[in-house]
Design a protein around this ligand. Structure first.
Ligand code: NAP
Length: 222
């Protein structure tokens, strides 16, 4: 499986404000780039923190891109994948609106009734990990389901776990021209942070978009 992490951050590296409310960081050119990336993916992954904060649908917005997927025999939209150890995804979340397939990655600690409610709402539950979702195990299962290109759209906790497990192949970041600030505001890579063996990257692309810049890196084997 090839994993691309994509996010938009402020000039000071924040994904949103300390209130964890969505901030409009990018503009139409970057939205179009993200839409193309989604359309080229088999599945899109987010953490439950992003579902609770932003309630994204994670679908492809441009009808031409949807039509092109259908012409090549793919589903209209990539599958949605939520890392949700305790099955906290609200049953009225947009990721459960039926417009695309949805996987919920849960741990053994997820209350069975919550997990069943998510399955009744149309999601497929994948159990991986004891108290927190094991992303390496869950991504193996998704790989077996035919998901070859996974786009991870955040947030900072899930991105940190992907880097920690050495699962990132490519990183694309739109850097917008605003400062959000705040020591408690989510950053691109949160988690506990690294103190050595820092994941290292090779810069591949620099593109000016909207009032900002899109940077693309490939992961280097450490
Ligand atoms: N600018 C952007 O591009 C962008 C993109 C996405 C999000 N955001 C912003 O980021 C914020 C949300 O970020 P976040 O860091 O709180 O949320 P997140 O990374 O989306 O979700 C974090 C949650 O995912 C669950 N999770 C399950 N397995 C995990 C694993 N192996 N590793 C890490 N987490 C795992 C954890 O909850 P459980 O243990 O309960 O499962 C964890 O608290 C919001 O403010 C949103 O607006 C911005």
């Amino acid at each position: 499986m090839y994993v691309t992490v994509n996010a938009a951050m402020s000039a000071d590296g924040k994904l949103s404000s300390r209130r964890r409310e969505q901030v409009r960081i990018s503009g139409p050119e970057d939205f179009a780039r993200v839409d193309r990336l989604r359309a080229a993916s088999d599945a899109v992954l987010v953490g439950v923190g992003t579902v609770l904060a932003d309630d994204p649908s994670l679908t492809v917005k441009n009808p031409d891109l949807v039509a092109a997927r259908e012409e090549r025999g793919d589903s209209p939209h990539p599958a949605r994948v939520v890392a949700d150890s305790r099955a906290r995804t609200p049953l009225d979340a947009r990721v459960l609106d039926g417009s695309a397939g949805t996987y919920v990655l849960v741990s053994d600690a997820a209350p069975p009734d919550r997990r069943e409610a998510l399955e009744d709402a149309g999601a497929r539950a994948i159990v991986a990990g004891e108290t927190r979702v094991s992303l390496p195990e869950a991504l193996d299962v998704l790989d077996g389901e035919g998901i070859e290109r996974l786009m991870a759209e955040g947030g900072g906790e899930v991105i940190a776990s992907l880097f920690g497990a050495g699962l990132v192949d490519e990183l694309s970041v739109f850097v917008g021209s605003l400062v959000i600030g705040g020591r408690d505001a989510p950053t691109l890579v949160d988690g506990a942070g690294f103190t050595g063996d820092f994941p290292s990257l090779a810069l591949e692309g620099v593109e000016r978009l909207d009032n900002g810049v899109c940077l693309t890196w490939n992961a280097e084997d450490s």
